[in-house]
Write a new protein. Structure first.
Lengths: 374, 111
């Protein structure tokens, strides 16, 4: 694993915009960064792939345990929502995608930092933009990347089991969110689905028909939401979700995996796994650790504790409950700290995207840097 | 994982890019009617009915503390909204269609 410098393509902004990446330089800050790239060896890619499959297997076992042993209070999930989750799990409801964030230095096994199982973004960059970058500059190289094909395949399965149009929804006014769902719609269309877009604020509830409806009063029977479960459930339409007459993607059971309390369940179940770090709902008794909000996002309100002292604390609006995880130092490439986002689509490990920062905590403005191998 | 010969086809992205000005105007700058039309579906004094289309609260910011208070302290004791009251002091009226029941965070949703 190496970080190498590269000359950005002439007029790269126009190029990536034509491929849908309109948010490459938000507020003047570089997000898509092709002034560098990461080069891997095949064995390193194999190690990431193997870890991703193993982590998925462990996560599915952990969901089963949470349901069987009623561990929902640890996740601050009340009984009504627990029943909703359990029904979704028992129906084996479909999942499209998720992204494991891994610490990996190319030598030791990748370590799971967190699982973005509900609303992962940086998808278009990983699936499309970095692929075109590589073909433009290193046409004979390869990339760990079949995300696009796997998405089309996953939607093809959805088309068979979820009849009618698939709605896609996200919060108005957020370009990255909109382009992420637009890209997912693109792959869904190619997978054989009829699709519609509706801003999440425009979803209606029809009191007489007891169902979610679009702006033409059509029943929203199936909906992909780029809007977290924990927000949906606390908002005014939350109770209507529990009536359970819309099939949502990601499925309700994924809210267990996107909650950082899952890290504690995983470690309890698989303490010998080379891919897991010690994690607890209480501060770790020994060693350095990271404190993360249970439902935090984009590295907000993360605190690192070294030798009993707080050495780093990021800003944000998130409070507790918190999860405490052993501190895993990220590799440092000339002052840049990369995190590997390993994509899982329909159960297939199918590609990576790399975010890096000058801070050891990856946040919402951390740069996306392409990769290649071979 | 090797996809040296793969060709990525996009059927929608190109269309969206071509229509960028329209798309941007719609997605990033909802009409003022969308944001506030007398309080919205769930605000105090709001009206309910099939034609009310409001995004009450969706463009405000910073509701996380409330959000965690709700999840953290109410777990196991039942959600208050279960009885028909919303998390922001809203109330539901039956009949017709209500909108604006989602989208109250005002934050980007990705992770």
């Amino acid at each position: 694993m190496q970080r190498l410098r590269s000359q950005p393509r002439p007029n790269w902004q126009k190029t990536v915009e034509s491929q849908g990446l309109s948010y490459h330089t938000p507020d003047g800050n570089t997000y898509w960064d092709e002034s560098a790239y990461y080069q891997f060896g095949s064995a390193e890619i194999d190690a990431i792939e193997k870890a991703t499959y193993a982590l998925n297997d462990m996560c599915l076992a952990a969901v089963q345990r949470v349901i069987d042993e009623n561990l929902f209070p640890r996740f601050s999930i009340p009984p009504q929502v627990a029943q909703y989750i359990a029904r979704s799990w028992d129906r084996d409801e479909l999942t499209i995608y998720g992204r494991f964030d891994l610490a990996f230095d190319g030598h030791r096994p990748p370590k799971l930092l967190e699982y973005n199982a509900d609303t992962p973004t940086s998808l278009l960059e990983a699936a499309v933009i970095q692929w075109h970058w590589m073909k433009d500059l290193f046409s004979r190289a390869d990339q760990f990347n079949s995300i696009h094909e796997r998405l089309i395949e996953a939607w093809g399965i959805a088309a068979k089991t979820m009849p009618g149009p698939m709605y896609f929804t996200s919060l108005s006014g957020h370009m990255e969110d909109y382009m992420t769902v637009t890209y997912l719609r693109d792959t869904a269309i190619q997978g054989g689905l009829r699709t519609e877009y509706i801003p999440v604020e425009r979803i209606g509830w029809n009191w007489e028909r007891n169902m979610f409806v679009d702006e033409q009063e059509q029943h929203i029977a199936n909906c992909f939401k780029l809007y977290p479960w924990e927000w949906l459930l606390i908002e005014p339409f939350g109770p209507q979700l529990l009536l359970d007459n819309t099939r949502w993607l990601e499925a309700p059971w994924k809210m267990l995996l996107s909650n950082k309390a899952i890290l504690t369940v995983l470690y309890e179940m698989f303490p010998q796994s080379p891919y897991l770090l010690p994690a607890s709902m209480e501060p770790l008794p020994a060693g350095d650790f990271v404190r993360k909000p249970m439902l935090g996002r984009e590295g907000a309100n993360v605190q690192t504790v070294v030798n009993g002292n707080v050495t780093l604390e990021t800003e944000g609006d998130y409070g507790g409950p918190f999860v405490y995880q052993k501190l895993q130092p990220l590799p440092n490439f000339d002052g840049n700290y990369p995190v590997i986002g390993s994509w899982l689509v329909n159960g297939n490990a199918c590609g990576i995207g790399i975010r890096e920062d000058v801070s050891p905590v990856t946040q919402n403005l951390s740069r996306f840097v392409p990769h290649m191998f071979g | 994982m090797i996809r040296a010969s793969r060709a990525i086809t996009l059927v929608l992205i190109g269309t969206a890019a071509a229509a960028a000005p329209v798309f941007l105007a719609t997605a990033l700058h909802p009409s003022s009617d969308d944001i506030e039309d007398g309080g919205g579906d769930f605000g105090p004094g709001s009206s309910y009915g099939p034609t009310t289309r409001s995004s009450y609260g969706s463009h405000s910011s910073g509701s996380h503390y409330h959000h965690y208070w709700f999840w953290g302290n109410h777990s196991g004791s039942g959600y208050s909204y279960r009885s028909g009251s919303g998390s922001s002091g809203s109330s539901f009226s039956h009949g017709g269609t209500s909108r604006g029941g989602f989208g109250h965070t005002g934050h980007s949703s990705g992770s």
